[in-house]
Ligand binder design. Structure first.
Ligand SMILES: C[S@@+](CC[C@H](N)C(=O)[O-])C[C@H]1O[C@@H](n2cnc3c(N)ncnc32)[C@H](O)[C@@H]1O
Length: 191
């Protein structure tokens, strides 16, 4: 920020439940965080208090269309299901994006506007996401009582995923981004 000459920007690191600020924020923006929290509603409520009359925006996830669209490719689908099962068993809400529809009013916000977006691709960089995600989830796969065995030799997984996608002559997707946003009502702004 200093190199860019932006002296009005500061960074702070904290648990999302304990953000401290003496000034209200114009907006709160997050991505793929609420899905991992034990009490996302409490977090939304506290963010609501931190924001002035403006917006709370949370962009979260939906796995359902990813699983459905993955089904035609056996290896890609088995990999997608393993990620889904692992995260779900660890307590993550795999449909947090859609759940925010009812959580926003429960947190005191208006009903949100919503938009779902899915990235599509077939090139090695795109395919690599699946392999990288499984690599980083390896300890959690075991903790969840699941196994990578059904995916075959892990050392050749990336290559076999790529071969499968290339042979299909089609694209695959990543989990959907669900953008969910609402503005804090003006009457609440001075509270
Ligand atoms: C899947 S990553 C998403 C990272 C980033 N927002 C993005 O979209 O690429 C989930 C992030 O949530 C953070 N996280 C989980 N629980 C948190 C908490 N209670 N307070 C703050 N951050 C938390 C993790 O540290 C991790 O960086």
């Amino acid at each position: 920020m200093a190199e860019a000459g932006l002296h009005n920007v500061s960074f702070t690191q904290s648990d999302v439940n304990q953000i401290a600020s003496d000034k209200p924020f114009d907006a709160a923006v997050g991505r793929f965080i609420l899905m991992f929290l034990p009490d996302p509603l409490a977090v939304l409520r506290s963010l609501f208090q931190l924001v002035r009359s403006g917006g709370v925006l949370a962009s979260e996830n939906s796995f359902a269309p990813f699983l459905v669209l993955s089904a035609r490719l056996p290896l890609w689908s088995a990999s997608a299901s393993l990620i889904f099962e692992t995260l779900q068993r660890s307590g993550a809400n795999m449909e947090m994006g859609l759940a925010l529809y009812r959580m926003f009013p429960e947190a005191g916000l208006p009903l949100p506007a919503m938009h779902m977006e899915m990235l599509l691709g077939s090139d090695p960089e795109f395919i690599r996401w699946m392999y990288d995600t499984l690599c980083s989830l390896r300890p959690q796969v075991q903790q969840a009582g699941l196994s990578l065995e059904k995916l075959g030799d892990f050392n050749t997984l990336q290559e076999r995923l790529q071969d499968e996608v290339t042979a299909s002559n089609n694209v695959v997707t990543w989990p959907a981004y669900v953008r969910v946003w609402a503005r804090k009502p003006t009457s609440e702004a001075s509270h």
